[in-house]
Design a protein around this ligand. Structure first.
Ligand SMILES: [Zn+2]
Length: 449
């Protein structure tokens, strides 16, 4: 416990007082330790880094989920096989009993949107350290009870928090909405955390008076929080929406009391790079490469995520006092973006999902849910689920006239050939068990360019 208290105080101190130079020095030193450990204890890293300069972290070859999963038995440093870990995970998914450990390790499984599974494995000590850092930076109100209801799709070791006055209740989303509402009404949490798609459903239930809770803290995680959803949630819950950016590979970032999403610079190194894996400047969107500075059970070193993120270029420190870098925007996964064909070069051009989202939601305030699917560089289908039927045919026709025009304009702005846009009115339900995706690209770049 003393160790955790020290970790707690250190986490707070670092967040408030470290400058970029200190952060960089610490990261270099920690990364070297993790690399030495990985090479000494992981068969995979030993051969992967053969003949590489282990002192130059930024030049080590990248890994990704595919490599990690393929090599998981050799990858981990504690001698567990991929098969036994997967078997354990599947069993816990079935029984939903997440309290069990496997040979003293906390193991969870993530299902990526593309269906490929990732294993997250930490020791109790590592989990304790990550949780403590998380709590130390979480803007918890100092007075009164604090009861956080977590609505979690899949079990994730980093989120199983229960320390001191910080109480957490797990609510399974694998249930009917009525039961989830009932459970939350009984728990009366002071804080609520769920993916934004789930928060949106709960906000609707709150507006319908079926859900009667008044959390003073609402946390969004696991999916991109789009500005329109954020605004709606803020309005219904009457509080700022905090964000946690976490993936199987680490607790990357979390909101401060000023609402800025700070990178946890002392537990992860986050590099933002372009298509050729070269670093980009703050303000430019790029792929995320993460190195975890804590986990030794499964060392995550220069691991390429599928996410596109933009770092805030503002050089002024955040008003909370921290100089930890701020993520300005999580644009989403690379396949959540549309691809247009440039009319000048005939090459592919990314169009961020955020622009598509904005074009759709700004068309009408009758939209309950939507899904935009790009079938090819030339064809886009937009499914619209309306809040209520239209009073006049003119109201509905705005979708068929305005929306395709907006999308075409957006493509032209990106110097891309205009696509054909079809609007389809239909009800949209989504599986709580899957990540909600509103922007979907149904083709591979290589097939068209
Ligand atoms: Zn801040």
């Amino acid at each position: 416990m003393t160790n955790l208290l020290t970790a707690f105080l250190k986490a707070r101190w670092r967040f408030k007082h470290w400058n970029p130079k200190k952060i960089h020095e610490f990261q270099e030193q920690q990364a070297r330790k993790i690399i030495q450990y990985a090479v000494a204890n992981s068969k995979f890293y030993r051969s992967y880094y053969n003949n590489k300069d282990l002192n130059d972290v930024s030049q080590l070859p990248l890994i990704d989920k595919r490599i990690m999963m393929q090599e998981f038995t050799d990858f981990n440093t504690v001698g567990l096989t991929k098969e036994e870990c997967l078997e354990f995970c599947l069993k816990t998914e079935e029984t939903r009993d997440f309290s069990k450990k496997y040979k003293n390790f906390i193991i969870g499984m993530s299902t990526g949107t593309s269906g490929n599974r990732g294993i997250e494995m930490v020791s109790k000590k590592e989990a304790g350290f990550i949780q403590t850092t998380f709590i130390a930076r979480f803007p918890i109100p100092l007075r009164g009870r604090f009861h956080l209801a977590f609505i979690l799709r899949v079990f994730s070791p980093g989120f199983n928090v229960n320390i001191g006055k910080f109480r957490m209740s797990y609510v399974s989303p694998m249930d009917t909405l009525e039961n989830i509402n009932d459970e939350l009404n009984q728990l009366q949490p002071t804080a609520l955390s769920a993916p934004p798609s789930m928060l949106k459903i709960l906000a609707e239930a709150k507006q319908d008076k079926k859900l009667q809770i008044s959390p003073n803290l609402v946390v969004s995680y696991a999916e991109v929080l789009s500005p329109d959803t954020e605004q709606y949630l803020e309005q219904v819950f009457g509080t700022k929406i905090l964000e946690v950016y976490k993936c199987t590979e680490g607790m990357l970032a979390q909101s401060c009391k000023a609402g800025k999403l700070h990178i946890n610079e002392d537990i992860v190194i986050v590099e933002i790079v372009d298509e050729n894996d070269q670093p980009v400047q703050p303000g430019t969107p790029g792929h995320v490469i993460v190195t975890d500075l804590v986990k030794r059970t499964t060392p995550i070193i220069r691991y390429r995520l599928n996410d596109i993120v933009t770092i805030d270029p503002d050089p002024k420190p955040c008003s909370c006092g921290s100089q930890f870098r701020v993520i300005k925007q999580i644009q989403g996964r690379a396949d959540d973006m549309f691809l247009g064909r440039r009319f000048d070069t005939k090459q592919s051009q990314f169009i961020f999902g955020d622009y598509i989202r904005r074009a759709i939601v700004s068309t009408s305030d009758h939209i309950r849910e939507y899904r935009a699917i790009q079938e090819s560089p030339e064809k886009i289908n937009i499914n619209i689920d309306l809040i209520s039927e239209f009073q006049t045919p003119e109201e509905q026709s705005i979708f068929n006239t305005e929306l395709p025009k907006k999308i075409v304009k957006l493509f032209e702005k990106h110097k891309c050939e205009p696509p054909e846009v079809e609007i389809i009115f239909k009800s949209i339900t989504h599986d709580f068990n899957l990540k909600l995706r509103r922007i979907i690209r149904n083709f591979n770049e290589t097939n068209y360019f």
